[in-house]
Design a protein around this ligand. Sequence first.
Ligand code: C2E
Ligand code: MG
Ligand code: MG
Ligand code: MG
Length: 283
Amino acid sequence: AAKNAGKRRFAFFEATMYTAALHRVALESDLREALARDELLLHYQPIVELATGRIVGAEALVRWRHPVRGLIPPMEFIPIAESTGLIVPIGRWVLREACAQAARWRAAGTTDFRIAVNVSAWQVQSSELVADVREALAHAGLPASALSLEITESTMLTDTEVTLGRLHELKALGVTLGVDDFGTGYSSLSYLQRFPIDQLKIDKSFVDGLGGAAHDPALTRAIVAIGGALRLPMVAEGVERPEQVEGLLALGCELAQGFHFARPMPASELSARLAPTPERAVA
Ligand code: C2E
Ligand code: MG
Ligand code: MG
Ligand code: MG
């Protein structure tokens, strides 16, 4: 009986894997059509100055409006896009769309607005990335200084020679380079000095430890201190509670994003939130 139960369990396991594999294959073929069918969209999450609450930029976060499955979050299709190479055309679309939207917000009066775009390891390895970034900026008429590219710490550590060369090429365009999910790479920190990095995004896991009596902020303090020592501006990710704002300010972190301020939202919603500058309001 035990043997049969084991067999049944295995059969169930197999069926589950089979279903998961089918699901993936189906999504993969759908994803090939998603761009042409105009099913991808961007949401924007404001990045705020902690001291004032002022919106200084936003991170573009891709979503897929699947005709049958509804809105699919990036973690469910970006890995498929990466393993199929679709990430290159999808990433190109994200860059173009995000830059065009940022240019509209700047033209509407938010003149110092900066847009952050996520770039995956796959894109960094691709020789097309630099041309795609240049073309997205030119097409939008957006100055390079208004674009920040977010590259995860783990990306920095894959094929470091190619990565280093690519980051220098991007840097030469004038864009800002940020390390995403900083602190989660369990890596040697020497890359911070070797690579042309302008900004660190402190991973949510370190922000979570701030502001609660039960938590010890020692690790967060250490992470922020690294950025401070290298004079790198820092953005705290995943700020959810008001106590965390004070904690971050006390540590010397000036920028943040998180549900406490705003969730990722459609462009139209962010447009409504971006107050016109005083000069413009008068004019
Ligand atoms: P990320 O770049 O670290 O983006 C931050 C993620 O944290 C977003 O999830 C955002 O919605 C979420 N978040 C922000 N504030 C809070 C908070 O206060 N609490 C919690 N619990 N979560 C918060 P999202 O949009 O699901 O994106 C997940 C990841 O997918 C991103 O992580 C990024 O690595 C990737 N991704 C998103 N868009 C793109 C893209 O256009 N290209 C590439 N290559 N990757 C992307
Ligand atoms: Mg990011
Ligand atoms: Mg992040
Ligand atoms: Mg993160």
